[in-house]
Design a protein around this ligand. Structure first.
Ligand code: ARG
Length: 458
């Protein structure tokens, strides 16, 4: 005979290998607090509705509270031979108070129980992800505040394009992370409805009060269809999509930090405490943390694809395939949390090297658009100006010089519209700080951006 709680109809015990294969305790043990909290709300409702007696309800709740304390202190270790965390808690309850404990599972199934537990767990964890995103924003904005006047080349196609400031570049990432915060918060809003009381899939004949448990557990309402309540994991997918995008943003930023730290750029120097050396090359200082963040992005995408694929073919309602949700979401969550936690101090302690940024900005003809615009302001159509500036750039390349240093007489061979004021018009400072359009690199625009982002950090 099997010793399982569901053993009634079985003549033989589960094969040992099958038992291990079936078990989820190794990963769902993380949710013991949420499982107990959900059970306490359920027991209170059963008592209030007269489905079980008040005294049984009270005894169950008091004992669950003790179990929670004992599990937290380690006095009651989790039995890793249990099938899952729900079975373990129920078995422990019954071990302590016998038949009264056996009443807890009235009008409930593990199917709605697990759906509640994951939601409660993710709700708490998502709040932590948002906190970490805020810390990252603080690190980025503290750098941006220092570098509103630090001119660097802005790139397209990784070719020097137009002048920007380091603050302008960093704040682009800050904006992305503000949207990540709202994406996580949006997902939580949709997730925060209670499936408890859906039971196995079809509800129950007991006079349950689903609103009561929903309120007790801090949900905003109940899921209106019991089959949906136990069947979907779209809330996991939504959160994991938000996590995948966080990783996309972190990974692009990491890639830039890796490039900027190289001798080819040397725009920044990472702090020693966030870099490593080589076992053979004594000169090396590697950006391992940034590389790992970039690398771990792959596994967060993989977790998302894995769960989507698991879900796509399963008929309603609950199927055991769905047990696969937890390792995917937990891995994605832990990875995102670790990456955010390391990115913030890595960025905070990073030293910018303005002189190198400026030097790069001076070498790439990034004021060519401004030269064309100077000319347009004197009456030439943009397309014509664009073409001739191209020829002037070619001349500079040939003469190993830059637009700022090309003598006026050379300019005047192209047009007598050129005058001395052109040098002021194409100086790096003018090209950068007179880009006063909203969202641009000007100090006023950066101040507005910093002010917007600061609201997310409150
Ligand atoms: N460990 C299961 C899971 O994570 C709990 C639900 C089990 N339900 C069932 N009918 N076997 O999905």
């Amino acid at each position: 005979m099997s010793d399982k709680m569901w053993a009634g109809r079985f003549a033989k015990a589960l094969d040992k290998q099958a038992d291990d294969f079936n078990s989820s305790i190794h990963f769902d043990c993380k949710m013991f607090r949420q499982d107990i909290r959900g059970s306490m709300a359920h027991a209170a409702m059963l008592g209030a509705q007269g489905i079980i007696s008040q005294s049984d309800s009270e005894q169950i709740i008091a004992t669950l509270e003790e179990i929670l304390k004992d599990m937290e202190s380690g006095a009651t270790p989790i039995d890793m031979d249990a099938e899952d965390i729900h079975m373990f808690v129920e078995a422990e309850l019954t071990r302590r108070i016998g038949d009264v404990g056996k009443r807890l599972h009235t009008a409930r199934s593990r199917n709605d129980q697990v759906a509640v537990d994951i939601r409660l767990y993710l709700r708490d964890e998502a709040a932590e992800v948002v906190d970490l995103l805020k810390k990252l924003l603080l690190a980025i904005t503290s750098q941006a505040k220092e570098h509103k006047q630090t001119i660097m080349p802005g790139y397209t196609h990784l070719q020097r394009a137009q002048p920007i400031t380091f603050a302008h570049h960093l704040m682009a990432y800050a904006m992305m992370f503000t949207r990540d915060i709202t994406r996580v918060e949006d997902a939580v809003k949709r997730m925060n409805v209670s499936p408890l009381g859906s039971c196995a899939l079809a509800g129950t004949t007991y006079p349950t009060n689903r609103e009561m448990t929903a309120k007790d557990l801090g949900f905003d309402g109940i899921m209106l269809n019991s089959i949906d309540g136990v069947s979907d994991r779209d809330f996991c997918v939504e959160l994991m999509s938000a996590f995948a995008l966080i990783m996309t943003h972190l990974s692009r930023l990491s890639e830039e930090i890796i490039l900027w730290s190289s001798w080819e750029f040397k725009f920044v120097e990472l702090d020693d405490s966030y870099t490593t050396g080589s076992s053979i090359m004594p000169q090396k200082k590697n950006s391992d943390m940034a590389e790992l963040i970039r690398g771990k992005t792959g596994r967060v995408y993989g977790d998302l694809m894995g769960l989507l694929t698991t879900l796509k073919g399963i008929p309603l309602a609950y199927n055991k395939d769905m047990q696969e949700d937890k390792e995917a979401i937990f891995d994605s969550l832990e990875t995102v949390k670790k990456c955010l936690s390391i990115a913030a101090p890595m960025i905070e302690t990073m030293k910018a090297i303005p002189a190198n940024m400026r030097k790069a900005a001076q070498e790439g003809f990034i004021n060519a658009t401004d030269l064309a615009e100077y000319w347009v302001k004197k009456g030439l159509p943009f397309r014509s100006a664009y073409k001739i500036v191209g020829q002037i750039v070619a001349l500079c390349i040939e003469k190993h010089t830059v637009l700022e240093d090309l003598p006026l007489c050379e300019y005047q061979t192209f047009s007598d519209l050129f005058a001395d004021d052109l040098y002021e018009a194409i100086s790096l400072a003018t090209c950068t700080f007179s880009r006063t359009s909203a969202g641009g690199p000007s100090v006023a625009s950066l101040d507005a951006q910093l002010c917007y982002v600061a609201k997310f950090c409150e």
